[in-house]
Design a binder for this molecule. Structure first.
Ligand code: UDP
Ligand code: MG
Length: 326
């Protein structure tokens, strides 16, 4: 029998975890042909998430001794909040299952899609099944607008395939998982990494579901920084824009200098036109600052990358405790 490990990144999700667990137990009942396993990753939560996970695991392991057909629960607790990307990496790289799925804790990724996803990877020959939401119902309009613009721009300036509305919710086979965890970069933008991996991916679509409890951890500012991460990680276009802008400004000012010299030789009125001079100086100064800023962005990412810091640090890992006990 195949095993599916569900990796669930959790940051301040004490309210949603029990609800999610109930749903997954239901889903596991309609999929008796697979062994389901849950691997929660507590991403340095500040509420009672870790305590909820400890209790859930204890109750779950007691129940497992009675019947083996409920999903087994394990968790990893990170030493601080590393961000969802690192939490996903921590979970996926520790997952033992033949298939691994990533799922949000807030039930925005419907567990009811799992049977269909499993069918696609086992019977239809796909290596992974990804999901995207086709509506953004319940989301602030301004957020949807900027999200759409981001996907639009990324499509133009980057080679990797990004889907509008793509979720991180996906089921992957071993081959795909190994490729994903072989990418150990520090600045992770999974939506891009998944596309970069290649292989055969099937896309399932669903209507947006609002989170069952708690609230979103993504502020507008956090999302904005995340989208810059995505652009810097998967596109060199901003560097080209800066170079082209700089080069064309040089060309324009060269022509202007020739024009001024010729005018001086012909009419001898060189004090004329200093306001336009100031404008040009400000413009060129601005372009230089912009270019340096863009360079700095790439440079700072490179700096973090060459340090080769670990992507996450675990303070508690029930899978490892298990190994020690054996
Ligand atoms: N999450 C996380 N670390 C963070 C932020 C979020 O592990 O720093 C988890 C969170 O617990 C949830 C998932 O990532 O399971 C998606 O977060 P959220 O629902 O807040 O995002 P949204 O659905 O609003 O985009
Ligand atoms: Mg959510």
């Amino acid at each position: 029998m195949d095993t599916i490990t569900l990796v669930i990144p959790c940051y301040n999700e004490e309210k949603t975890i029990p609800l999610l667990y109930k749903e997954i137990v239901k889903t596991a009942k309609v999929m008796p042909y697979v062994q389901m396993e849950l691997l929660f990753v507590d991403d340095g939560s500040k509420d009672g998430t870790l305590q909820v996970l400890r209790n859930l695991r204890r109750e779950n392991h007691a129940a497992l001794e009675q019947s083996a057909d409920i999903p087994r629960v394990d968790y990893i607790s990170l030493s601080r909040n590393f961000g969802k990307e690192s939490a996903m990496y921590a979970g996926v790289s520790n997952a033992k299952g033949d298939y691994v799925a990533i799922m949000d804790a807030d039930l925005q990724d419907p567990p009811s899609l799992l049977p269909e996803m499993y069918r696609a990877v086992t019977e239809e020959g796909y290596d992974s099944v990804a999901t995207r939401r086709i509506t953004r119902k319940g989301e602030p309009a301004i957020r949807s607008f900027f999200a759409r613009q981001f996907y639009h721009v990324m499509k133009k300036i980057s080679d990797v395939e990004l889907m509008d509305g793509a979720r991180d919710y996906r089921l992957m086979n071993r081959k795909y998982v190994n490729a994903f965890i072989s990418m150990t970069e520090y600045n992770r933008f999974s939506k891009g990494l998944f596309g970069w991996v290649g292989f055969k991916t099937k896309w399932l679509e669903f209507e947006n579901v609002e989170r069952v409890a708690g609230e979103t951890k993504w502020s507008f500012w956090k999302l904005f920084k995340y989208s810059l991460d995505g652009i810097v990680a998967f596109s060199e276009a901003p560097l080209y824009i800066a170079s082209v802008l700089g080069a064309s400004m040089c060309g324009v000012s060269f022509i202007a200098i020739i024009f001024i010299i010729v005018r001086q030789l012909l009419y001898h009125n060189s004090a004329y036109g200093w306001p336009s001079m100031v404008c040009i100086i400000i413009l060129i100064g601005g372009i230089q600052l912009l270019s340096i800023g863009i360079l700095g962005l790439y440079f700072s990412k490179t700096y973090l990358e060459v340090k080769k810091r670990p992507i996450y640090i675990a303070s508690e890992n029930t899978l490892e405790e298990e190994l020690k006990a054996e």
